[in-house]
Every structure is written in C-alpha cells, then in structure tokens.
Design a protein around this ligand. Structure first.
Ligand code: 4HQ
Length: 246
C-alpha cells in the first residue's frame, strides 16, 4: 500500500507516523507514505493556499490551483489509486470500508483546512468523500491519520501475528471481552477464576458471552450487523431475558 497525504501541515502527519505500528510498517516496507506540502504549489510572494469565498461570508476556502498542482505531482502507482477527500459530508468510514480500502494499491488523501476546498476540485479530482464521524475537526489531517491507521493494521504483516487482526474488536462486529493481566488481585478486585482455570474451551466460551453481554449493554446497534452463530443467538436471547443481566 502506498499512501500520499496532501496537506498544508506536513509536520502533523510526519510527527504521528514517526512512531508506533505505522512507523514499523514503513520500515518493513509494508506501506509507503508520501507527504506532499500543498503550499509548495502556491504562487506569489505570500504562497497563499486559501482565499475569501465568492459570494461573501466567514472563513476561507482552499484555492483550486495549488491543490490541483499538488495532486498532479503525486506519482500514480498501479490502476488501483483512489483520491479521497476527508470531509464531514463524506460516507461514514467504518471497519468494512477499512477492509475495502486495504486492497487498493494507492490511496491519495486530500486534507482540507478552513471552510474546505473549492468545489471544482471535488468535482474534477476526488473519487470518494469520507467522514470519520459526525463532529467537526479543524482539518482533514487527523481524519487521514485515523484512516491510515485503521487500514494499515489490516495489511498482512503490519501487526505482529495475523490472528490478532481477526480477533480484535469489530472483526466479528462485537465488542471485546474484558482483559486482565497480573496481579491476580488489584485493590481487592480479583481476576475471574475461570481465566486461571487452564480450561481453554471454557475460557473461549466465557469470553464470547462477555463480548455478547457488552455489545448488548453498550452498543446494541452493532448486533444488527454482527456475525453471530446459532449459539450466539441463543445466548443473546438468554441475556435479553435477564432483567439487568450483569
Ligand atoms: N473536517 N471526517 C476537513 C472534518 C472531518 C470529519 C472538518 C475535514 C473541516 C476542512 N473530516 N474540513 N469529521 O471534520 O473527516
């Protein structure tokens, strides 16, 4: 996977990518990340990338020319490259979309600032508009980082073992079961005895029940899309029967 991020704040992207899972993935050549400074394509002594909106009103709009030139400067790899714009108006980014995007050869991420970008860039250059959630960010940079993080961990080899990807939250559409590590007693709170039993089949079942309980309790909306076995369904019916099942 190759990502190209277009931004007027390249340091914001670099800072995050210098550490952690993504940095390791870059070192191992599992992903490549190009950062393009939109300001490098701005003209005039002030190198402006934004201007006042036609028709008046508050705020500034990113000018089309620097964005167009910046996009034009990005080398296209393969036939599978996509230009994505991060915007609250986009389709909601979720785990299913992360899987879908992870099969692309190249993702070009356009990060807007201010009130957004000139509409003609959207029309001429953008393949898909994505939103990471219903809130307003100060720019698309954090959204681009969120997307790159979620997509990269689905690329084989980016996480340690391949299995952890599958077992993680959302891969079956359920929330994670509770986790414990040493010590066995912390502030008087004990680790559930079953986890110390060594009975792996019992532990597996306990964890599944915990995942189902949590999802029912905290995010019942997720159950509609979850991948559930007949046993899961039966367990859910039982859990729903309990007044306030804990
Ligand atoms: N933005 N998901 C960029 C967002 C956003 C979101 C606000 C993006 C401002 C200029 N991006 N503009 N939510 O809030 O992706």
């Amino acid at each position: 996977m190759r990502y190209d991020v277009l931004t007027i704040f390249p340091e914001m992207i670099r800072g995050y990518l210098d550490e952690g899972i993504l940095a390791r993935a870059v070192k191992r050549n599992l992903i490549k990340i190009g950062i393009t400074d939109i300001r490098a394509f701005a003209k005039g002594t002030h190198k402006n990338t934004d201007d006042r909106p036609f028709g008046g009103g508050d705020g500034m709009v990113m000018m089309p020319d620097p964005l167009y030139q910046a996009l034009d400067s990005v080398p296209r790899v393969g036939e599978e490259s996509l230009v994505l714009l991060l915007t609250p108006q986009g389709e909601r980014f979720d785990q299913a979309m992360a899987w879908e995007l992870s099969t692309r050869e190249q993702l070009i991420l356009l990060c807007g600032r201010y009130e957004g970008i000139d509409e003609r860039i959207r029309k001429l250059c953008v393949d898909r508009e994505l939103s990471i959630g219903d809130y307003v960010l100060s720019g698309g940079e954090l959204a681009a980082l969120v997307l790159m993080d979620a997509v990269s961990r689905l690329i084989p080899g980016v996480l340690g073992g391949d299995k952890s990807t599958q077992e993680d939250s959302f891969e079956d559409g359920l929330l994670e079961y509770p986790q414990y590590t040493r010590p066995r007693v912390f502030m008087g709170e004990e680790v559930p005895a079953i986890l110390l039993s060594g009975d792996h089949e019992k532990i597996r079942r306990w964890r599944r029940v915990q995942s189902l309980k949590r999802t029912l309790d905290k995010r019942p909306d997720l159950l509609e899309k979850a991948r559930l076995t007949p046993q899961d369904m039966a367990m859910l019916e039982e859990l729903k029967g309990n007044a306030d099942g804990n």
